[in-house]
Design a protein around this ligand. Structure first.
Ligand code: ATP
Ligand code: MG
Ligand code: MG
Ligand code: MG
Length: 568
């Protein structure tokens, strides 16, 4: 027999449901999670998880944990409060810019609240693993992360404090890294399937993470802040941020002409925005933008990623998000500007395109494979051409590269991200282990994230309907929501059913609140989104209840015995 499960009585549950959407809420998940009493805004982008919300969050964590354990991941818990030095050594104390929460201790030493933990995991492994026999190793944690996001909107979708599962793989060989990456990819597929999320895997820019291979897991949803391209006919999908190498041959010469812009040494967002004649925004990053008919790629200090998806919002109306590859081919005059990321020797550059670029063979963005940024943007001198990433630019209806069908451009939520980091952090911290031949071997790493709290919101986005939330069973805060719709007799029966189901291991929420009308209870049951609703109502005296499927709305009258047997 299954272990007895908790029977949660709503009369004793701290819950206050709301009829009206919170004034500042734009997305369905934000509105519904607040209205259903799952979360409460504490301050901008910072959320309290109330009892039912915490259950859902725990359920997501449990699935993640089980699948991480299944690939041999070892769970650890690192601090969120971190000293500056490791982040200085990796360069991210600077690179992160305003995204970092920084603070000082009483002695004046600098600290930060961890936005992600590559540095600290690298140091942990450096300390704990000394021989190739200690590797490979996969470490993970489910932990609170801090990022001072510029626009913490959308409820828990984008928090400034949020829950992330982050894991890190350590291998001695490239093949080993590829294997660890593959294991994570599979684990992520299982996790998102179990969570009941509709998702796509797309290749992604690794940006300042500095990786060579990187894929994102995107959950299609209108509320998403990512834009992606997908094919309605085959499984082709790509992030519009994604880039593929497809460049002109190197002949040692600069591709085009580089002109230093008249901006301060470390170009600020304001300076770039002023140069472009567009409004400044703290979240401007690497964007492919079209300003007054010119395509301009902009890289700005700040977040560590290339992010074109947000550009429209920040630069509108001067900007279009996407331009076709053909634009480069047929209208070379469009390709006028390139402003490199902060790593470009701390300067901003304008890149005047070479005709070969206009011929559709080359388009350059910021980082090379090692994650070091270009110094002078001279192809062939500082980089091999295929170190460059070139931007995939598409418009709806463009032919799918696999099957030729017209592509769609959709919005999605980034729920997971996997990177083959390579040796960037191992180099920064000299992470070596003793190899088989007694010589030190530099370790190669991967890093892998899942937005655990974001996944709750993504699920709410994908599964809700006009009446409220509508959880997949594995994630729901309870399996069955029993409503006592009436007086003492109904309450008694509802509690009786609750007890029986609970004894059979079914997680039950019983709405036994006194003085709350059946109508309000029904509305709340729909809003809370537990997958099965049992109503002890009119026919309670005969021992007959109504069993309703929250999703399909199908309902059936059953005796208590039948209902309990059905639902256990
Ligand atoms: P985004 O593009 O949405 O800002 P990211 O690329 O910065 O996300 P990663 O650094 O890849 O995020 O972190 C791993 C995962 O953590 C992301 O895939 C996402 O699911 C989650 N995540 C990132 N930022 C937030 C946030 N502010 N709030 C909630 N979850 C987040
Ligand atoms: Mg981000
Ligand atoms: Mg991202
Ligand atoms: Mg990411």
């Amino acid at each position: 027999m299954a272990n007895a499960a908790q029977v949660q009585r709503m009369s004793r549950l701290m819950i206050k449901t709301l009829r009206d959407d919170p004034a500042d809420a734009e997305t369905a998940s934000h509105k519904l999670l607040v209205r259903a009493g799952y979360v409460r805004r504490s301050s901008a982008g910072i959320w309290t998880w109330l009892p039912l919300g915490k259950k859902v969050l725990e359920n997501v964590s449990r699935v993640v944990r089980e699948e991480m354990d299944a690939i041999g991941g070892q769970e650890v818990l690192l601090p969120a409060l971190l000293p500056k030095e490791p982040y200085e050594a990796s360069g991210r104390w600077e690179e992160y810019g305003d995204l970092l929460f920084r603070l000082k201790d009483r002695k004046g030493a600098d600290y930060l609240l961890g936005p992600t933990h590559e540095e600290i995991f690298t140091l942990t492994v450096k300390d704990q693993c000394t021989s190739y026999k200690d590797l490979p190793v996969i470490l993970y944690q489910i932990q609170t992360k801090y990022r001072d996001e510029a626009r913490p909107r959308s409820g828990v979708l984008r928090g400034r404090e949020f829950q992330m599962k982050d894991s890190y793989s350590f291998d001695t060989t490239d093949e080993g890294l590829a294997e660890s990456y593959g294991l994570h990819r599979q684990a992520y597929q299982r996790i998102f399937e179990r969570l009941g999320l509709d998702y796509r895997i797309v290749s992604a820019v690794s940006g300042a993470m500095g990786g060579s291979a990187s894929e994102e897991f995107l959950a299609p949803a209108a509320a998403g802040e990512d834009t992606f391209v997908d094919c309605p006919e085959c499984d082709y999908a790509a992030n519009t941020e994604a880039v593929t190498a497809k460049v002109a041959p190197v002949d040692g010469s600069a591709v085009g002409e580089i002109e230093e812009l008249d901006t301060p040494d470390t170009p600020t967002i304001e300076a770039l925005a002023a140069h472009l004649g567009v409004p400044a925004s703290a979240t401007l990053k690497n964007l492919l933008v079209k300003v007054d008919g010119e395509i301009v790629a902009v890289g700005v200090p700040g977040d560590r990623e290339v992010d074109m998806g947000k550009l429209g919002e920040h630069l509108a109306p001067a900007v279009v998000e996407l331009v076709t590859a053909e634009d480069f081919v047929d209208r070379p005059e469009l390709v006028r500007g390139y402003v490199g990321p902060q790593g470009l020797a701390g300067k901003a550059f304008r890149y005047i395109a070479d005709p070969r670029i206009a011929a559709g063979t080359d388009w350059i963005t910021g980082a090379n494979k090692e994650g070091k940024h270009a110094r002078n943007v001279v192809t062939g001198r500082d980089f091999e051409v295929d170190d460059y990433l070139d931007v995939v630019v598409v418009e709806p209806g463009d032919p799918c590269p696999n099957c030729g069908a017209g592509l769609r451009i959709d919005r999605a939520i980034e729920i997971g991200h996997i990177f083959q980091l390579g040796r960037k952090y191992a180099d920064a911290f000299e992470l070596d282990v003793l190899g088989q031949n007694g010589k030190p071997v530099r370790v190669t790493m991967g890093s892998y994230g899942i937005g655990v709290s974001r996944a709750v919101a993504a699920l709410a986005e994908q599964t809700h309907d006009e009446s409220g939330l509508c959880w997949p069973r594995e994630i729901a805060p309870a399996d069955v929501h029993v409503v006592a719709a009436g007086k003492a007799k109904q309450t008694e029966l509802a509690l009786e059913i609750g007890e029986q189901l609970g004894a059979a291991g079914v997680r039950v929420l019983v709405d036994d609140r006194a003085g709350v009308s059946p109508g309000v209870k029904f509305t709340d049951a729909e809003l809370l989104g537990v997958p099965t609703i049992v109503v002890a109502g009119r026919r309670a005296a005969e021992g007959v209840v109504e069993v309703k499927d929250r999703r399909t709305g199908e309902r059936e009258e059953l005796t208590v015995e039948e209902a309990v047997a059905r639902l256990s």
